[in-house]
Design a protein around this ligand. Structure first.
Ligand SMILES: [Zn+2]
Length: 322
């Protein structure tokens, strides 16, 4: 009897594991969006943007180089869920080598969750950059012994100048998912749990240049009316987690960001499975966690009605903007 029961439990465990693996591997194919691929930069002078996963972007005019987030460690799902995490120096070095960047003027952190802020002080340290972010990000930096003198906690709405770029941080809101909310109130020294990287202030970042304006929205949240009076040629639109929200929420998000900024081009960001290393090709999140197909179907419709070009950035290859 006991032996039968044991076999039954074992069988159940095997079935549950197989089902779980199936569900976690059921993801839409990123290749399905080839028709939206933005053309690669042809080397002409001007501003270009390079997508490096999640909301890590390199924005350059050839003289000044600005990076958002700079998240490259991408710890495994196992470590994120059950273990402790820390910046991975080798992965950070490999990613910077990949795009040939060894000097940055600024690393701008969109909020303090680990998939945005964890590596930022190390990236800023390696590249000599100024680190721009919230009090919570400052505590991540202090925990990693990053010098406070190279850190700027921005005054919301007050422009910061880097070369010919003018960077303005606007207070926004995170997509409401209830994970790691609140602030980091003391220096945070890794290894720590992923949830110790609390959100802090969430920013929308506007980056102006004589050749055009870009706006980076790292998380699919909004403050009603916060972008009134702003406009942008290009929006890098965070879409992570959107499919789990109500249609009403998504409509309001699009209205508050795209409706206000009236962009000519929109690039979705924050859609890749960031528990996989950048040494492997980017893949979309499992459908169970985030249905990118649904989000993109809505954005295609919106592109048609609003009249912007919806495009996908290639991984680690510059695209000319605006
Ligand atoms: Zn976040």
């Amino acid at each position: 009897m006991i032996r039968k029961l044991a076999w039954g439990v074992l069988l159940l465990l095997v079935v549950a594991t197989v089902a779980m693996m199936y569900v976690l591997n059921d993801r839409p194919d990123l290749d399905g969006y080839r028709d939206l691929a933005a053309p690669r930069w042809d080397g002409q002078p001007g501003v270009n943007v390079t997508f490096l996963g999640v909301s890590t972007l390199l924005i350059s005019d050839g003289e000044t180089h600005i990076m958002t987030d700079g998240f490259f460690s991408r710890p495994s799902l196992w470590n994120v869920a059950l273990g402790k995490i820390r910046p991975d120096g080798e992965r950070i070095a490999d990613a910077l080598d990949l795009v040939g960047i060894h000097r940055l003027d600024a690393v701008v952190v969109l909020h303090s969750h680990y998939d945005h802020a964890m590596d930022a002080p190390e990236v800023a340290d390696r590249t000599g950059a100024i680190l721009v972010g919230s009090e919570s990000t400052a505590n991540i930096a202090s925990g990693g012994a990053f010098p406070r003198t190279r850190m700027v906690i921005p005054e919301p709405g007050v422009p910061l100048t880097f070369g010919r770029f003018v960077v303005t941080m606007l207070v926004s809101r995170h997509l409401p998912h209830g994970l790691a909310e609140g602030t980091i109130d003391a220096p945070l020294t890794p290894p720590v749990r992923a949830t110790d990287y609390r959100e802090g202030t969430t920013y929308v970042v506007q980056i102006e240049h004589p050749s055009g304006t870009l706006t980076v929205v790292g998380s699919a949240g909004f403050v009603e009316g916060a972008l009134t009076g702003y406009s942008s040629d290009v929006v890098l639109l965070g879409v992570g987690g959107l499919s789990a929200m109500t249609p009403e929420y998504r409509r309001t998000y699009y209205n508050e960001v795209l409706g206000r900024l009236q962009p000519k081009r929109v690039f979705p960001i924050h859609y890749d499975d960031f528990t996989r290393p950048l040494s492997e090709p980017l893949v979309l999140q499992p459908r169970l966690l985030d249905d990118f197909e649904q989000t993109m179907a809505e954005l295609r419709e919106r592109a048609g009605s609003d009249g912007f070009a919806l495009q996908m950035l290639p991984f680690a290859e510059p695209v000319a903007v605006p």
